[in-house]
Ligand binder design. Structure first.
Ligand SMILES: [Zn+2]
Length: 469
């Protein structure tokens, strides 16, 4: 079998790995979109390093756009086979891909206006809602630990990788020659133990080959012990002592639910004074509903908590309000009352949170709390780096609000957690381990660390490179 690394090789986005068996069957692992890779982003997303018509099937690890966002493009260019994913991933893809189609339409308007001024050719959207519909019609839900037979040579199983709800590692079983059965594991994105909502990452079957992510291969996360206390202190300081607003930009999936659940617990314990908490992002509201639906994927701590919770719901308490309509979102700006607003996007580059930041950044009583990774150029990144003045919607604003950072939230394991995850393997039996989904310098560091724990052959493939396994 051959693996062609068609994305996320030397990058952290655009996850796409193509398996081709000796008989020519083509299975694509993930079909992600590149995000924030500069001027080439559109072109890198418009084409593939293979012919979409030749792909027989796709297996998706989880719903994040950098793992699924190119699926509608694949379908638009002629792919017609099955797309396998877990049940929560299927539901999440419906909201995420439609959102992605919508964002592109808007982004393209600006891109094309610029191109028009420069006299360049205009570009078309990568896909639209019709293509998303087609993707959804091709999706087949496969739960963890259910063997899915893809064809006579290939089958796979999912295991829980604890990154977001429904996220999975993919274990591909293949037997190209009789009696020569092998297993290839693709880790997808590796989550962390002790997540507030999810179970711990699962151990997995001994594999001959592993394709592993490496995002935080050189980094250790801040301890998440005392996280609720830290969050509580920020709420009290902003909303009670200063009577200000607390604005929290947060990713729609996972981070938003973790925050709501933290506040739910504070309310249950009688800690949180009656401060309104608003979740103001249509995508976050939908993602929370999906998380609410899939209770069987919750960890035991959360299951036990639900038994004691008044509403029997980790995402509902009396002072919490979900906001869908734009008018209601705008009304939040008119109010001077102390409140907490959780809103997307996580990097504060787009979405309603950008409006909330603009309207509240020049008041010293307010706080903007950054809980996620932000690229340095994003609004969140600029606030994180301590800039005193920032441009929002083309105008400069003084940063008078308090800027607070909590780095303990992360859906990706750090290097210790990833090594811990891989420690279920007998390293002597792993013939080769390929590193993807990481920056080149980080990957070099992680390779050394993996070699130190006994993985003798760790390889960092280049984009477009093919290896035989
Ligand atoms: Zn992810």
């Amino acid at each position: 079998m051959e693996i062609k690394f068609c994305g996320a090789a030397g990058y952290v986005t655009g996850s796409r790995h193509l398996l081709t068996t000796e008989s020519g069957f083509k299975l694509l692992l993930d079909c992600g979109m590149y995000q924030g890779v500069g001027v080439n982003t559109y072109d890198m997303n418009a084409s593939f390093l293979f012919d979409p018509k030749e792909i027989d099937a796709v297996v998706i690890s989880h719903a994040h756009i950098d793992h699924t966002g190119a699926l509608p493009r694949l379908v638009k260019l002629g792919f017609e086979g099955p797309i396998y994913c877990t049940p929560p991933t299927l539901d999440l893809c419906q909201i995420m891909l439609n959102d992605s189609a919508f964002i592109q339409k808007n982004d393209l308007k600006y891109l094309n206006e610029r191109k028009k001024k420069r006299g360049e050719d205009l570009v078309e959207p990568l896909y639209d809602e019709t293509d998303v519909e087609k993707v959804l019609s091709l999706m087949v839900a496969v739960d963890y630990h259910q063997r899915c037979i893809v064809n006579e040579e290939l089958s796979f199983e999912y295991s829980d990788s604890a990154h977001i709800i429904g996220s999975a590692a993919v274990h591909v079983y293949y037997e190209e020659k009789k009696g020569d059965a092998k297993i290839l594991t693709f880790t997808g994105d590796i989550g962390r133990p002790n997540d507030q909502i999810l179970k711990d990452p699962e151990t997995f079957v001994q594999s001959d080959y592993i394709i592993s992510e490496s995002t935080y291969g050189d980094r250790l996360h801040e301890e998440n012990i005392g996280r609720d206390e830290h969050l509580f202190e920020i709420v009290m300081d902003t909303c009670v002592h200063k009577k200000g607003k607390l604005i929290i930009p947060a990713f729609s999936i996972d981070r938003t639910q973790e925050l709501i659940y933290s506040f739910d617990r504070m309310v249950s314990e009688g800690l949180l004074p009656h401060i309104p908490v608003y979740v103001d992002s249509p995508l976050s509201v939908k993602a929370t509903n999906i998380t609410r639906k899939f209770r069987k994927y919750y960890n035991q701590r959360l299951v036990d908590y639900l038994k004691t919770d008044k509403e029997n719901d980790a995402f509902d308490f009396p002072s919490l309000k979900y906001i869908g309509k734009v008018d209601e979102s705008k009304a939040l700006n008119a109010s001077d009352q102390p409140c907490i607003i959780i809103s997307a996007s996580g990097m504060a580059e787009a979405g309603r949170v950008k409006h909330h930041i603009r309207n509240n950044i020049e008041n010293k009583n307010n706080t903007i709390l950054l809980v996620g990774y932000c690229t340095p150029d994003s609004l969140g990144g600029r606030l994180k780096s301590g800039e005193k003045e920032v441009k929002i919607f083309g105008e400069m604003y003084q940063v008078k609000a308090g800027i607070r950072i909590m780095d303990s939230y992360s859906a990706h394991g750090d290097f210790n957690e990833m090594i811990q995850y891989l420690s279920c393997q007998n390293t002597g039996k792993v013939r080769e381990l390929f590193l993807v989904h990481g920056e080149p310098e980080v990957q070099k560091e992680f390779k050394k660390k993996l070699e130190n724990v006994g993985f003798s052959k760790v390889y960092i493939p280049r984009l477009g490179e093919t290896v035989t396994i």
